[in-house]
Design a protein around this ligand. Sequence first.
Ligand code: ATP
Ligand code: MG
Ligand code: MG
Length: 548
Amino acid sequence: TTETGRDFIRDVIQADLDSKKHSRIVTRFPPEPNGYLHIGHAKSIALNFGIAQEFSGRCHLRFDDTNPTKEEQEYIDSIQADVRWLGYDWGSDLFYASDYFDRLYEWAEGLIKTGHAYVDDQSPTEIRTRRGTLTEPGQNSPFRDRSVEENLDLFRRMKAGEFPNGARVLRAKIDMASGNINLRDPVLYRILHAHHPRTGTKWSIYPSYDYAHGQSDAIEGITHSICTLEFEDHRPLYEWLLDKLPVPSKPHQYEFARLNLTYTLLSKRVLTMLVRDGHVASWDDPRMPTIAGLKRRGVPPAAVREFVKRIGVAKANSVVDVGMLEFSIRECLNRTALRRMAVLRPLKVVIENYPEGQSEQLEAINHPDDPAAGTRRIAFGRELYIERDDFMENPPKKFFRLSPGTEVRLRYAYFIKCHDVIKNAAGEVVELRCTYDPATKGGNAPDGRKVKATMHWLSAAHSKPAEIRIYNQLFVNPTPDAANFVADLNPQSLEILADARIEPAIAESNSSEPVQFERQGYFVRDKDSTPDHLVFNRTIGLRDTFAK
Ligand code: ATP
Ligand code: MG
Ligand code: MG
């Protein structure tokens, strides 16, 4: 943030409003529909839509659909759903760059007529190798000095579909010796015989990002065109084109640092490969950093907005600790999630002095900080489940939970003590024989005796079975190598607990609201869940446990 307590972009906008350079702010979020949105896009969405809200302006949702070989309707639909889920609304301001194809084409002919563009017959490889490097100027194309008539004729024939893919391109005629490689006669149009989701087979040529983007901004009257830092070096080209073309407005481009997060990769290219090659189940796999993945995992949209606000908007790239995102998620869920009990890895407990065939209802509170959330009743009986990890037959010194001879509290219920350990033929503990103290009902002993642990539990007869999916980081490396990401994948990113038990109240409600399973974390019903096979996702544990 700056001295004003805002970021540099908001400072610019305030200054532009104060100086009356603009009377109303218009921003845009311009995704290419070639994949699902990820949390990096959420930063851009929150910035562009947030600015429109704060300054009473507008924010357009514009699909940058200029590359038909990679774009699909599924992505267009998911992007709209994800922006809405994040809590933003473009109203009637929904646009497609493809709606401007006719105008962009006319303007390109205009550039040819004014001597600012030419058709180049070099192959893509020749164009690349003759572009030069940072230290070496590029070489002029042998086709650079074609006449206007020849250029127009060839460009029209490119449009008419007379040439195969890659045979020719239209290039801006700027400066092959420019220190900025983006100004070395950048490509404006390429030949592509491809079906476009919106324009069908009308076009055999498609505009480049650089040509389409700024002109779309100008057509829509965008005042502040905000993009990520990689485009800083494209700004001179953005401005060159606006200057040479009869555009109806002159937007200005500003760049901010893209979001990078530890233990993940925010790149549609990588995320596409993760899905395509089966490293994850789908775009909305809860391990994915996609908005759809976060949603399915149970992350509230408010937590994403809060996170994006916390990290702020800077002009230098950095990698944000995923712990910051997790902090926002926990903070948000702690406020809202109702408390429930679930036993993820059950171990049977028989209370020997509890009468057979009987049970009772005990009262449990739904939220410790919110009395208005009320209470619920949970069943207690002779056969219970506790968490397998909460018992040790030969505990080390600091282990205060259940072990032979120790007494512990079962939350909202009674003190119990373990007497016998029953094992199977393999020597694994399969059941504990315990007794309870009826005088400790509600969790306190009238004689004032204390216990060192309080554990969650469920009645065997009343609880319901469920599958619980635990998600760990998708990558083992805090900064995975995007070029060789498969080597950095975490083989333990998904852990399935097939025999968990949950409170009947959760099983019966159809709610997809997040819940806290006490001592375990935050959970949400997965879309795979059916009444006969309940499935819950762990959104996040209660504490930060993974190794830093
Ligand atoms: P990727 O690199 O993942 O393919 P992209 O930039 O190609 O992303 P677009 O669909 O073009 O994806 O992005 C739409 C908008 O979102 C752009 O303005 C882009 O700058 C912004 N954006 C993309 N990734 C991030 C990120 N990690 N952090 C912030 N903004 C981002
Ligand atoms: Mg892009
Ligand atoms: Mg990209």
